[in-house]
Every structure is written in C-alpha cells, then in structure tokens.
Design a binder for this molecule. Sequence first.
Ligand code: ADP
Ligand code: MG
Length: 349
Amino acid sequence: MKQLPPDTVRLLSSSQVITSVVNVVKELMENSLDAGASSIDVKLENYGLDRIEVRDNGHGIKAVDTPVMAVRHFTSKICSHEDMEHLETYGFRGEALGSICAVAEVAVTTKTEDDDISTQYTLNFTGDILSQKPSHLGQGTTVSVLKLFKNLPVRRQYYSSTKKCKEELKKVQELLMAYAIIKPDLRLTLVHNKVVVWQKAKVADHRSALLATLGPSAVANLLPCHHHQEQLEVNGFFPKPGADHSSTSSSTPDKTFIFVNNRPVQHKDIMKLLCHHYIAQYLDDPGRNRYPILMLKITVSPSSLDVNLTPDKTQVLLLNKEAVLAAVDALLVSFYGCQPSSDPPAEKE
Ligand code: ADP
Ligand code: MG
C-alpha cells in the first residue's frame, strides 16, 4: 500500500467539493454575502465553463490575509468547531477557494476600505499566490474562475453538452433568485456571454423581493403568514387558499423556496408537508399534484442546526426536527383552514 501524492489527494477531494458551475457560483456568492456585499454581479462565459466571474462590493480581503485566502482550511469565519454554535456566516470550512484553484485557473482582485488601490492575485493549483499586480477596481472582491474542470476531462465533457449547459444556466438563475428572495436589500445581476439573463434591484422587504423575482402575477396569489415560539420563527408567503399556484415545470420544486437560517435548502420532510397542505385543497383533481410556488423561512438557534452534512450545505439537520415540522404544520393548518385528511403523499423525485 502507498500513500497518495499530495496533488492527487488535493484534486480528488477538491473535485468532491466543487462539482458544477452552479456549485462554484454558490460558493463565490456566499463569500460575497459573508463579506457584507449589497451588490453582486455574476458573469458567465460559455455557460461558466470558460469563465465564471463574481464581483461584489463587500469589505474585501486584507493584504495580510491574501497569501492564505485560498489555502485550504484557512478561514476568517470561525476559529474552532465551538464557533459553529453561533454561526452567522454561510462559509466556515475554508475549502471553497482552495478547491476551485485545484480544478480551474483562479484570479482574485480585492480592495478593502484601507487600501488605496485594488490588487489582482493570480493563484496556483495549491491556492498560493503565483503573481500579483495593481488593478483599477473599487472596494470589494472579484473572483474569476477560468477553464473549470480543465484537469477533469470527463466532468468537463459532461457539462459541455448543450442540454447540460442550459440546465446549469437555469440552476444558476434559480440560485440567484433564492438569494434575491432571502436578501431583499441585495442587488444582483446574471450575465451570460455579455447578455443580461436576469437582474434584481435592491428592495425593501421579502414581498417586494418576491415581486422582483417571480413577477406580479405570481405574487398576487401569495399571502404572508408568521409563527413565533421560543427559539423558533417561521415566516411564509403561501398560495392563497384555493389558488392554483404551482410551478409550470411541475417535476422539480424550482420555485418552492425553503430557507433555514437564511440558507436555501432542500428538506424532504418540509417539502412533503408543504405539498401535502397545498395539494389537499385539490383532492378532486390529481392533475394538480405539483410543487407550489411559495417561500418558507425558518429561523432556529445556530446551535440546533447541522449544516455540514453535504459539501454544498444545501441539506441541513435540525436538532428538534419534530418541533419544527409541528410548527410549520400548525402554520399551514391555520393558513389553509383545516387539517388534510390523508397522510402526506410519497415524495416525488
Ligand atoms: P470560507 O468561506 O469557508 O471561509 P473560502 O475558501 O470560501 O472559505 O474563503 C476563504 C476566505 O477568503 C474567507 O474566509 C474570507 O476571509 C476570504 N474571502 C473569500 N471570498 C471573499 C470575498 N468575496 N470577500 C471577502 N473575503 C473573501
Ligand atoms: Mg466560502
């Protein structure tokens, strides 16, 4: 038996963390949000395979930190695992930038309020600085990712098919929409091959964010509701009782937006509950068995949440899952008026 060479270990583990274009965009956007950005521009070329650029107006990276900004397991967000009890940032593992460096060519341009000018850093395979030069950008950080999966030819080819490219672009847009809804005061743009695909201005609240993201006809059918108990807050915008308000692409929950502590998440049990209450109104019409357009925002104490389940953090474990489900159920019962008679339907996937 032999120990694998460090470069092989790095490539193998990085390619598990960085799996797709949408995954890169998510990591970079979350870094921008953690840096307090109120404006994020995402630019893709060739569906992100040739270039992904995420530009923010956040606090930037201090010059003293730049040598380690992309070295794996260096983070400015936590000091030890105990800090997870109070986690308020999206990131904490110090893995994303370093992992992206192992599967693409990366440059980071950054400027803090104390810097006179911005500096562009070109990074190497291990996330170390290869070269640096003065640049002309304002305060904030721009990360450019070129030639994604250049050293993973099977994966690059997989994402190069026209069908997959279009699917990924749609997923990137859905990801931006999720952050647009949960962060009303964020300005966002998505540009592909120099064409604006989607954009949203800063707005005042979740309703305005839903309006800007989903459009007036979708929002006309949504009503707000709220439930609060000790250590748990549930806010929702649900389809009015009796309103047929499903996503037209019925097979994926692409407009059923679920957030736990401001993270867009997939949660089977919560999704099942939402669909169950929504669909129960149409028991006479099985054709309506679709995912509703809605927003559900759950806030719990960070100490009762495990977000480190999957590399992309889209799945979470709740410490008091039954209590959270009961609270969501109670909210749905009060909103839709009565308890559905049948058991929740089997999950569609
Ligand atoms: P993590 O987000 O888990 O800390 P990353 O690899 O994503 O790990 O980022 C490493 C570090 O680089 C962050 O902790 C942060 O200090 C810095 N950083 C990355 N992107 C940005 C950004 N857009 N603005 C400011 N700092 C950033
Ligand atoms: Mg990060």
